[in-house]
Ligand binder design. Sequence first.
Ligand SMILES: [Zn+2]
Length: 296
Amino acid sequence: MPINESGYTYCHEHLHIDLSKQKGDDDCKLDQFELISAELKALKTRGVFNIVEVTNKFMGRNPQFIEALTKETQMNILCSTGFYIEGFFPNALKQMSVVDIANTMIHEIDNGIDDSNLRASVIGEIGSSHNVFTDTERKVFEGAAIAHLETGCPISTHTSFSTMAKSQVELLRNMKVNLNNVSIGHCDLRDNFDDILWLLDQGCYVQFDTIGKNDYYPDAKRIAVIDSLIRRGYADRVMLSMDITRKSHLKENGGLGFCYLIDHFVPMLLERGIQQQYIDLMLKHNPANFFGTTQK
Ligand SMILES: [Zn+2]
């Protein structure tokens, strides 16, 4: 079982990522081992035992860094395979067939990642651009569907500013993917309540995974939406995370740090009147069901 069910899970994070070249900003290279391992140790004392690391190869994934973090902190870290979005693809991807793409993912799931002892157990984060789902992005999703059907690994997506999720779901459904194995990322970056309800009615999981990014969308609204979803009976399909991607997001560098979700956001949910059993669903049981039961 990939998830340690005795603890909480952050469903969408990056522990080593490098998008600095594409973004022209060195802050987008998250690689400070000491600071990150200290934050993971602090998370463990708060009952967070699992991190779903959704960095794939061309986002600056670093399996040796992850192995060292695991050794140092004993955090259970799930690794991912896939291709991100337009602008972050390797040149070769355009020429690759859907089957080639699927085989790349299957290789990292069955045989391992690069020269490390790690295997991917999640297909992610695979995504669409802002208001556009490009041909190459669609090809990645078709490859992901094949890899999922072959391996059973769940699919975790990226949406740009909470757009194009419907197109992602329609494509995966056409590829015969059972939508219980699909989790839609970044549903919490704009007002899109009707879209979220539609996604839930298809059977998908939805991620409130940019918690604390108040410049994009305020946590007060995230909390109101989560509350409405729970009241409508959808608590078993919601997962939480922070999507930390920059040096400046770390506590020591002046950011919120990984513990913000547990130390500040969860108390705000409780304050709102959301019961602990729902916190446990979103942070513990749902991730265990989603990431832990679809393995071969
Ligand atoms: Zn991400």
